[in-house]
Design a protein around this ligand. Sequence first.
Ligand code: TYM
Length: 333
Amino acid sequence: MENTEKKIIFSGIQPTGTFTLGNYIGAISNWAKLQEEYNCIYSIVDMHAITVKQEPAKLRQHTIEAYALIMACGVDPNKSIAFIQSHNTNHAEANWILSCSTQFGELSRMTQFKAKSEKHPDDINAGLFTYPVLMAGDILLYNADLVPIGADQKQHLELARNVAQRFNQKYSETFKIPEPYIPDVGARVMSLADPTKKMSKSDENQNGCIYILDDKDTIVRKFKKAVTDSEAKVRYAQGKDGINNLMTIYSVVTGKSFDEIEREFDGKGYGDFKVAVGEAVADHLEPVRTKFAEYMSDKAYIKECYTKGAEAARRISSKVLRKAYKKVGFVID
Ligand code: TYM
């Protein structure tokens, strides 16, 4: 890492349980690919996770698992910086500085805040509201050029850009303005049970959500139950949300174009198609499951990696934070 000519990538994922196929296709599968061309910094964002209620012991376990999972998906801690967010307190400090350049009104417009408040009416805490500011700090602390995310995080990235621009206008050029990196295919993987909704861990119908550690039988079974339509023709078209979603998933895991997929299943029914998608996904994820088990059997190695990652993250972000402290007028030496 730290080839100064390469552009910088930052991204994060919450350790709230095993990643979904949506997390994988929309974001994580790209993290590994980007490592050759960019200086990549990836974080397990445990501080974001506590904006909704977590069981402490489970959060700790999920954080380690999430770290092992990103490695199993190809993130190499020797090529990239991979760290646990709470190990770098600069994120909490940046959050405060940036909060003072963020408007109440703009945070009120965040669709994810509205959705989560509706879902947890008994715990609409301030952290849930200011969450996008913490996320802005994550990105801005590393002068990231690009942020690989799924479509659901686009509004938060837009806010990060606005906050950075506002700070720069107020105090002079300090933060780099990041660009989103959203895949053309797979930016929004939908629930298999209701293809008008995003695939999510919190889906009430667990048949709608594929977890990347699900075994082959489970994956194929869930795909067999996927909601489709009555046309019985595999083609990508408006109004065919279920089939469009399955074609997207199949395209990402096999590398086939939509035209190729339509030809492959010409004259075949949805039953055959669903099984083919399920098997392709399960085969694609098989090495992830194997590597995850290997990493989890060596916790000392995981610890070594995240400790080294946190040191590197602190080193880079301290410089940017110090610059921001100076700009706002704090006495820094
Ligand atoms: P999180 O943890 O909810 O999701 C991690 C990544 O997975 C993507 N994603 C999806 N992509 C396609 N289809 C889906 N169904 C799907 N579900 C999730 C998300 O878009 C995301 O890229 N706030 C962030 C974490 C974060 C972050 C950051 C990301 C914190 N700081 C800084 C980028 C940069 C979140 O909750 O993602």
